[in-house]
Write a protein that binds this ligand. Sequence first.
Ligand SMILES: [Zn+2]
Length: 389
Amino acid sequence: MSSPANMRRLGRLRVLQALAEAGEVSRGDLVQLTALSRATISSLIADLIREGVVREEIAASSRPGRPPLVVSLAPAAGYAFGLDLGHDHARLVLSDLAGTPVWDDTVEIDVDSSAEDTVAAATELIDAALEDTGIDRGTVLGLGVGIACPVDRRTGVLRAEGIMPAWVGTKPAEMFTERTGLRTLAVNDANACVVAERRYGVARGCDDVVYLRLSAGIGAGVVCDGRMLLGHDGLVGELGHISVDPRGEVCRCGNRGCLETIASPAAIAKLLSRSWGRLVTNAELMALVADGDRGATRAVEDAGDAVGRTLAMTVMTLNPRLVVVGGELAAAGDVLFDPIRRALRRNSVGDLHGELQVMDSALGDGASARGAAALVLAEAPNLLTIDKV
Ligand SMILES: [Zn+2]
């Protein structure tokens, strides 16, 4: 185990992990972070610079005098795709090694009703991204998929019954690997969102976060004590299917009065369509709220109240410091957030949760795709070490 080649591989991995965590650091910092000798660090860095994996530059914030050099991962040394599969769209981002998106596009597609067509459309997006950017497929470390459906943590099978009918029993990671040749991992979209907000958004530095996505589907990603909670079947955070009105509508999951039947944009638009006797689309709903329409405002406020009551149970159970609310409905702003905060305060023990904050997502609709790519990039130190030394 302790052959020179193994030691060198381990050293390289530690350097890459330190750079992935810390961003820009000096060689001296690397000695501290990795507990490797200065000579070993120098030799490893020389290799990594020669390969184009790492770069060394004058620090942007350096003081006059001798400029300190900082080492960081070279953004173009590797890329990751992040794909967000909602119920009615597929969004693809291509992120560089630093997590910066270099390509981003969305197609509208009926994801629920055809797995094959969705995989084909996403594969076309992948090809278009590579062609537009001129990035070599060989530098892509993998594909992360955030999907609006629970993913069985042990088998990778979608728990799609009643949620995405055409995907029942499928393993999206295998389907995409077969089709694209890319190493693929698939997670629930809300889990991808919480990763993105912690890495790039409003939850940076926060170890106790609940991310709630209010879109065509409603779900939450939960990080507790710095770790993503998945649960026995990977079903943690299925808040969209908590019953908040026992006499409400029967939900597609078979339960009754689920949060999703009350607080998804489609449910609110349907409520208004019924009341007004004409079709109200999701886009029109958001425009009506922005214009201060009384009926639309009232419907979103009531949805916010139901969301806040549901979140109160979550807060009492998990004790997060931060609740991030994203998804399409978050665009309603204070009309949504005020009743959420009010219901949350009224239904939890306020004094115990003095530091709790409810915030709008910083990354908006892009969170799931960026987070899915970030999950691939988290593996970069390993992938850039295996078979390299
Ligand atoms: Zn339901």
